[in-house]
Write a protein that binds this ligand. Structure first.
Ligand code: MN
Length: 388
């Protein structure tokens, strides 16, 4: 029986999946229990887990996810085979999913309002479409990286206020966005839409996301087609995928949606999620964004993403957009926390507005789990390296 420390965020109520390796062995699928990783290819003797991503297992579908979760629960409550258990401190974690497509939404009303005020001070902060559909853009799947991967400061075109022409150079306003990401387990055919009700059987689980953002590059390039190079240089995700099956206890209503959404976005039992995020900058906690404040639910995001008949695939990742609450200490991006750089924050005796080379940002999160426990998402962390 595997020892699970009291109060562990990785008890039987959680059982997140990841891809790990030990020295000299190939990456394969494991499940985290307490401070251990259980090698599922060894413990369950199935080839689908001897793969360097979760995709093949996810593609087997919801019924299978339910059965394997039950099998793992029974397994780790009894005798786990020798050689199947590794201390988490001794394994290396890899990107858990071969990311198919990557989409990023913009589902926090507080974040969208703050950014509207900062980027377009002379107009209404929310665009007329915002309360009618979950606004999003297609990001770059190939630059989704696992937690712990260093992020090189991007270079690009930027034009600061008051400059009459753009210049090229390293980003001067490098920022983070604390988000939750949802991983599609079973996709949908081209020409069909995924109804709201199919969210829970198609989405496999959730990860933490840091959507690194070059605000100066973004501000100059985003009109009129949206984010491009200001976002695509790197997107970091946590290595543990928390199954949607572990998030039942975290379900809460979404905030009141007025005006009423169109029928394809109506959600009788909303998938709001009571997840508490925390953002640390060089080891100092500076924000606690509450996911329960998010206006659009992940089920509405998936319904919207496919309503035009766009296919979805195993391994698709769609992120929520920055999680920000109504209070200043609940803002999930530094551009909001420092109000565009005008109000620096103090980090260990130093003033900061945007990221400096060598800075490290870590996002963590916890949620209510079954039987009064709490479950953890682990962390997504990354350090900024100087521009090439
Ligand atoms: Mn984002």
């Amino acid at each position: 029986m595997i020892d699970i420390p009291d109060g562990s965020l990785f008890g039987l109520a959680n059982l997140p999946y990841g891809v790990f390796s030990t020295p000299g062995s190939a990456p394969r699928v494991g499940v985290r229990v307490g401070d251990s990783v259980v090698d599922l290819a060894v413990a369950l003797g199935e080839e689908v887990f001897a793969r360097p991503s979760l995709n093949a297992f996810m593609a087997q579908g919801h019924d299978r996810w339910v059965r394997v979760r039950q099998q793992i629960t029974e397994l780790v409550s009894g005798e786990v085979p020798d050689g199947a258990v590794h201390p988490v401190a001794e394994v290396r974690m890899h990107l858990p999913v071969e990311v198919a497509d990557y989409v990023d939404f913009y589902a926090s009303e507080h974040h969208a309002t703050n950014l509207g005020r900062l980027f377009r001070p002379d107009s209404e902060p929310l665009m007329p479409n915002w309360k009618h559909l979950p606004v999003g853009y297609h990001g770059r799947a190939g630059t989704v990286v696992v937690s712990g991967t260093d992020v090189v400061r991007p270079s690009g075109q930027r034009r600061a206020p008051g400059e009459d022409a753009p210049t090229f150079g390293p980003c001067r306003r490098l920022d983070v966005e604390a988000e939750l990401g949802f991983v599609v387990g079973t996709g949908s055919e081209l020409g069909t839409a995924v109804p709201i009700a199919e969210f829970a059987t198609r989405v496999f689980g959730a990860v933490l996301v840091n959507d690194w953002s070059a605000r100066d590059i973004q501000a100059w390039e985003y009109v009129p087609l949206g984010p491009f190079l200001g976002k695509s240089f790197a997107t970091s995700v946590s290595p543990w995928v928390v199954p949607l099956l572990a998030l039942e206890q975290a379900r809460v209503a979404t905030p009141a949606q007025i005006p009423e959404p169109l029928p394809y976005l109506e959600e009788p039992e909303p998938w709001g999620l009571d997840i508490d995020l925390a953002v640390s900058w060089n080891g100092h906690e500076i924000s606690r964004p509450p996911y329960r404040e998010m206006y659009w639910s992940p089920a509405q995001m998936l319904a919207h993403l496919t309503v035009n008949g766009a296919a979805s695939r195993t391994g698709d990742l769609y992120a929520s957009g920055t999680v920000s609450g109504p209070e200043k200490h609940q803002r999930g991006a530094f551009v909001e926390l420092t109000w565009g750089g005008a109000e620096p924050v103090r980090i260990g005796g130093q003033e900061r507005t945007f990221l400096e080379d060598g800075d490290e940002v870590t996002i963590t999160a916890t949620a209510p789990g079954a039987d009064g426990t709490r479950i953890g998402f682990g962390e997504v962390t990354g350090r900024v390296l100087p521009a090439c």
